[in-house]
Ligand binder design. Structure first.
Ligand code: FA5
Length: 334
């Protein structure tokens, strides 16, 4: 009885109840088992006593349990928490505007049957230049001021570069999937640029490649138009002009009418009213060969668009460097 009086919580209550009432090891079970060993004339008396004791303990335990339950209820009342009260909400972040536009573009190209591919940012000189018809002596190398990596850090044979464009993935894709082929490759590229409002040293491009039978410039223009109207959902002025890239023939540059100044001239378009947006053209036969595809049977178009500049035009961002700045006052606006 003293033990039961001393119980302070339901855990202790359970321990005491086990101690006496456990079927296997409880004190009462042991006691009742031992009764069969006493002499026959004592047995009924002892049996009756044991039952009385059992009942008394059981009653005391039940009473204690009722007291404890009551106490718990009182505690609950004292510790009342209003779960319907407003709590401070977690501040959720959101996707970077670059990522948002990239996903939108991926959806548009997927709907036209293009695969989305990826390639290494640390690329070999071979894939970044040689395989794209730009040998080491070619003046076109000067157009993409390159971060070369110390050759002693590479595997030795191949010079490594931070890729200057997403075009090396054209070769990787052709080697891997052969023809026919439709893919786009969004990704980060690097150039040793003197930065300004429309040039950064680290920016994003989206490469496109389609290889099939009798591909022409008409296919290229159709895909460009489809993409631009899906992304801007409004009329955007574009102009196509001849452009030189050793990996296409013929080659074109496509420009936007600057949406920051409406074509009047500003620091983003360098007062010209136009922004260089995409390099493109029909894939050069040498490039198809590097990719293991027979140029006598297949032809293709390719383009490399400035994803970062597209984001600038879509949202009216007047300095490209804001996009990589990590400045929350800027990022929270999207
Ligand atoms: C290339 O990089 C070619 N690989 C594109 C290409 C692909 C041509 C397939 C033909 C076929 P270019 O250097 O012009 O081309 O860059 C392509 C686009 O990237 C430019 O039109 C521009 O929108 C963007 N761009 C270039 N340099 C920068 C820079 N420093 N900062 C931001 N965007 C840039």
């Amino acid at each position: 009885m003293k033990e039961i009086q001393g119980i302070k919580n339901s855990k202790e209550w359970q321990e005491i109840e086990n101690k006496y009432f456990s079927r296997k090891s409880g004190e009462l079970a042991k006691l009742l088992k031992d009764i069969k060993d006493v002499s026959e004339d004592l047995r009924p008396k002892l049996g009756a006593m044991a039952n009385d004791v059992k009942e008394e303990i059981s009653k005391a335990l039940n009473k204690k349990k009722a007291d404890l339950d009551l106490q718990t209820e009182t505690n609950l009342e004292q510790d009342f928490i209003d779960v319907t009260l407003e709590i401070e909400k977690y501040k959720l972040g959101h996707l970077h505007p670059m990522t948002q536009v990239q996903s939108e573009l991926e959806d548009i190209f997927k709907s036209m049957g293009f695969m989305i591919l990826d390639g290494p940012e640390l690329e070999s000189d071979y894939y970044n230049f040689e395989a794209l018809n730009i040998p080491s002596w070619h003046p076109a190398r000067d157009a993409q001021d390159t971060f070369y990596i110390d050759p002693s850090t590479g595997s030795g044979k191949d010079k490594l570069v931070l890729r200057t464009h997403t075009s090396p993935v054209q070769i990787r894709a052709m080697q891997r999937y052969g023809a026919p082929l439709r893919c786009v490759v969004p990704g980060r590229v690097f150039r040793n640029e003197a930065t300004d409002a429309s040039h950064d040293h680290t920016f994003y491009q989206l490469e496109g490649l389609m290889v099939d039978k009798e591909i022409s410039i008409a296919n290229l223009v159709a895909v460009m138009k489809e993409m631009l109207s899906a992304i801007f959902k409004k009329e955007v002025k574009v102009r196509l002009r001849p452009g030189y890239f050793p990996f296409v023939e013929p080659g074109f540059e496509l420009d936007f009418g600057c949406l920051i100044c409406g074509g009047k001239g500003c620091s983003v378009c360098k007062q010209t009213g136009w922004i260089e947006f995409v390099g493109s053209g029909l894939v050069h036969p040498n490039v198809l060969k590097s990719g293991g595809i027979d140029p006598a049977k297949w032809s293709g178009f390719a383009f490399g668009l400035g994803l970062t500049r597209l984001v600038m035009m879509k949202y009216g961002i007047d300095d490209i460097r804001l996009l990589q700045s990590g400045d929350l006052r800027f990022l929270n606006q999207f």
